[in-house]
Design a protein around this ligand. Structure first.
Ligand SMILES: C[S@@+](CC[C@H](N)C(=O)[O-])C[C@H]1O[C@@H](n2cnc3c(N)ncnc32)[C@H](O)[C@@H]1O
Length: 313
């Protein structure tokens, strides 16, 4: 059974592409806190350390949630925790808000509120299964990445061993070998590895090293084998991705397109509605200087909020 990070009752279909809205969700407690997922957490951290350059300038964690992995970014000068859920970002802020390297930004990944060529590193773990339009997302990521920046992506694979066995035994109708994404619950997708690599290439990314992760994600195995041993075995097996990729979770590091601008000077935020560069926060607001746009965005208690513009009084 694939994992569902699914607050399905909260799905917000108002956006043009549909957003799986975690606003107010208890994702941390329900999914991670004492839920027997230490194994998954630890093997994901190992994979991330293997693929992410240990140091760098500006990093963005896309769909950072409550900042589960934020302590992996110690070598970066600036770290943006980006998510659609203000409440999860507030939780991240309560853990990392005292560290001036962290910037907390609420917004939609299809309309990133950043200038082009800004990020040296992009990380996206356990989130792209909520993307109904992967090409649109990748186009945004290619835009905000610095030329040749690093993008570490984790995604849920539809071509994993359990799905293959179930398919061969006639217990599952859908084929794990067909390329199209599988929407197993509304706004929850599993992807074929080749399809995902193709979309990265279409967006100008150059897919590089891949790792297979969570080889032993089976309730019985997790029950009887100590987590430390499971983690060791998974760590040894992660590099087998070069021969076969049959795990439910795959990590892939890609190089961003070499062409394109590099963000200059202090430029950082851009209006998500029109793309104009935004200036300083004045009285808790970032105002778009573009006369035909003029939208205002909120900055309150350390959280930049680009989910929707402020209403004019
Ligand atoms: C399963 S959680 C993963 C959180 C974190 N990456 C982790 O591994 O613990 C998925 C996250 O993706 C975010 N998300 C979903 N759709 C989004 C969108 N369109 N823009 C920004 N964030 C989004 C959700 O708010 C949620 O926090």
């Amino acid at each position: 059974m694939e994992e569902k990070n699914d607050p399905s009752k909260d799905v917000d279909m108002n956006g043009p592409l549909g957003i799986c809205d975690y606003e107010g969700s208890d994702y941390h407690n329900r999914f991670w806190d004492q839920q027997g997922r230490e194994y998954e957490d630890q093997v994901e951290r190992i994979a991330l350390r293997r693929l992410l350059p240990p140091t760098g300038g500006t990093l963005i964690d896309i769909g950072a949630g409550f900042g589960r992995l934020a302590d992996e970014f110690d070598g970066y000068k600036r770290v943006v925790l980006f998510d659609y859920s203000r409440s999860l970002l507030r939780e991240a802020q309560s853990r990392f808000g005292d560290d001036p390297r962290f910037i907390f930004v609420a917004g939609n990944w299809y309309q990133m509120p950043f200038v082009g060529g800004l990020f040296d590193a992009l990380v996206q773990i356990r989130t792209i299964h909520h993307a109904a339009d992967v090409p649109a997302l990748f186009a945004e990521l290619a835009r905000i990445a610095r030329p040749e920046g690093e993008y570490v992506l984790e995604f849920a694979s539809k071509r994993h061993l359990k799905a293959i066995l179930r398919y061969w035994l006639g217990r599952q109708k859908w084929s794990p070998f067909s390329r199209e994404p599988l929407e197993f619950v509304e706004l929850n997708f599993d992807f074929h590895p080749r399809w995902m690599a193709g979309r990265l290439i279409d967006a100008g990314f150059i897919p590089g090293r891949a790792l297979t992760v969570s080889h032993l994600r089976l309730p019985l195995v997790k029950k009887v084998i100590p987590t430390r041993l499971l983690v060791k075995i998974d760590s040894l097996l992660q590099n087998s991705a070069r021969w076969w990729q049959l795990t439910p979770s795959l990590f892939i590091a890609s190089r961003a397109p070499a062409s394109g601008p590099t963000a200059s000077g202090d430029a950082f935020f851009a209006c998500p509605a029109c793309g104009t560069i935004l200036g300083e926060v004045i009285q808790g607001q970032l105002s778009c200087p573009n006369e035909t746009c003029h939208r205002k965005w909120s900055f309150q208690d350390g959280l930049y909020d680009f989910k929707e513009p402020l209403l004019d009084n």
